[in-house]
Ligand binder design. Structure first.
Ligand code: ATP
Ligand code: MG
Length: 469
């Protein structure tokens, strides 16, 4: 994996460098060669012109031969003079041609017509490749002959091949540099990726504590950030799950051990009288009912949190619901010596649209709590208001109240303010969690305010038309 990125990067850089150097090298090569030959040719034409001047001044053939020999060794090239018929007049020694030879070829024909000729390659019997310049000798428009200069091409191409070698060496240097560069670059890219790979494997194995260092602000850095965010979320979810599981098992353990204890007592014949037996059986039945309720509440809560709760929306009047609640709780309130008071909606109010059964469940949970946590002689009141958009239902009591530091937590599953005491009273701490989920499902809000020792008020606000999220 790591090698693959490094190799890809290296190949990319090497190919790029090679192509660039090849294009630059080739074009520079031809350019340089052309320029070099052009400069050489110009110089040779200049020399040809000079020789033409000398030719016009010398008086004898011997003197011309002497001059041409001197110049030829001076410019390190060969010089040959031909007359208007293409006959070799003078040339320096060591040339493949001799004076008196008739040269009949294209170049000679052309130069004798009066134009300067430049040719590169093998010609005139030279063994090596030569650069040839032919300059016509003229006197008043009349071509008298031509001066031809030859220089070996070799020293010129040597410079060009030096240049070629330089380009080649540069290419090798660039490839070495690219290798080093791609190694470090790919290391830099792949290092955090490898780290993330390791962490991802640990996450897959259930360890969410790992965090990747965010070293850059590029795509890789962003990936690291997202990765860390994912780990945090997973860690949180895992904690919630663990807490929930331990809460559930804790809640189930007590009624189950009670069930077991009383059942064993019965079968061991510990209950001697029929009354005692009935009492044990009643406890068993109560605990079984409680267990059933907890399981029902939990599956309700789960459905709500998974968004699987479907509301049966219908239109009904809040006052009808409030009256039925009061009817239901009247016996329980009387038994506890708690007054149950109702301030129903007054005047013309529209019906609410929502799930009647669920709204009843909300109020049952709240009124149940209010009666539950209010001692004898206290008062529980239900009050409804309508403000044009929302129905506001208040459930207040004159009970023990809730300490302010506990208020934010009462909505959590299994949360009870006084665990030991409320446990005996039969609460499992799921009631308010269900209330909150149900109110939310209707698009409403629920808040609690309380003064310890004086009482609590729970305020439910429900939109007239249920806004299902
Ligand atoms: N009206 C109230 N007055 C005082 N304390 C309250 C009141 N309502 C709720 N509480 C506190 O908030 C806690 C959570 O209430 P919740 O209704 O969620 O659970 P519960 O009543 O203990 O059990 P459950 O309703 O599941 O049977 C209670 O245990 C209690 O300590
Ligand atoms: Mg409750």
């Amino acid at each position: 994996m790591r090698e693959s990125i490094a190799v890809k990067l290296w190949l990319l850089i090497v190919i790029l460098v090679s192509i660039t150097l090849m294009v630059v090298g080739l074009s520079l090569n031809t350019l340089l060669e052309d320029l070099y030959f052009d400069i050489q040719a110009r110089a040779m034409i200049e020399q040809g012109r000079n020789i033409e001047q000398i030719m016009k001044k010398v008086t004898s053939q011997e003197e011309l031969s002497y001059q041409i020999n001197t110049i030829s060794s001076f410019i390190q090239g060969h010089i040959m003079v031909v007359d208007r018929k293409g006959m070799v007049g003078t040339c320096n020694p060591g040339m493949p041609m001799q004076p008196g030879m008739n040269l009949s070829c294209e170049e000679v024909d052309e130069v004798l017509k009066g134009s300067i000729i430049i040719r590169k390659g093998r010609n005139f019997g030279f063994e090596k490749s030569m650069l040839m310049v032919a300059v016509p000798v003229q006197e008043q428009e009349e071509v008298l002959g031509a001066i031809m200069l030859f220089k070996p091409v070799e020293p010129i191409t040597k410079t060009v091949s030096d240049f070629r070698r330089l380009i080649f060496l540069t290419a090798i240097g660039a490839i070495v540099l690219a290798t080093i560069l791609s190694f470090f670059l790919s290391r830099k890219i792949t290092k955090p990726l490898l780290k993330m790979n390791g962490f991802a494997k640990r996450v897959a194995a259930g360890d969410f504590s790992g965090r990747v260092p965010v070293e850059t602000s590029d795509e890789v850095g962003n990936l690291a950030k997202t990765f860390n965010f994912m780990s945090e979320e997973l860690e949180k979810a895992e904690e919630v799950r663990k807490q929930f599981l331990s809460d559930v098992s804790h809640e189930l353990r007590t009624p189950l051990s009670l069930l077991q204890g009383y059942a064993e007592a019965l079968s061991d014949g510990m209950a001697s009288t029929e009354e005692e037996q009935k009492e044990y059986l009643d406890i068993i039945s109560d605990e079984a009912t409680r267990l059933n309720r907890i399981v029902d509440d939990l599956s309700d809560l789960n459905a709500m949190e998974a968004g699987q709760l479907t509301l049966n929306i219908s239109e009904f009047h809040i006052n009808d619901v409030l009256k039925s609640i009061v009817r239901t709780f009247k016996p329980a309130a009387e038994e506890k010596k708690v007054t149950l008071d109702l301030k129903a909606l007054v005047g013309e109010t529209p019906p609410i649209s929502g799930d009647q059964g669920r709204i009843e469940q909300i109020l049952i949970n709240l009124v149940n709590n209010a009666i539950h946590y209010t001692p004898a002689g206290g008062k529980v009141s239900l009050e409804a208001q309508y403000n044009g958009d929302n129905f506001i239902i208040k459930v207040s009591d004159t009970g023990e109240g809730i300490p302010p530091e506990e208020l934010p937590y009462i909505w959590e599953r299994f949360y009870r303010v006084d665990k030991a005491r409320t446990r005996k009273k039969g609460g499992s701490g799921l009631g308010l969690a269900i209330v909150k989920s149900l109110v939310r499902a209707h698009g409403g809000t629920v808040t609690a305010s309380s003064k310890p020792g004086e009482g609590s008020t729970f305020t439910v606000t429900l939109p007239r038309k249920c806004k299902t999220a």
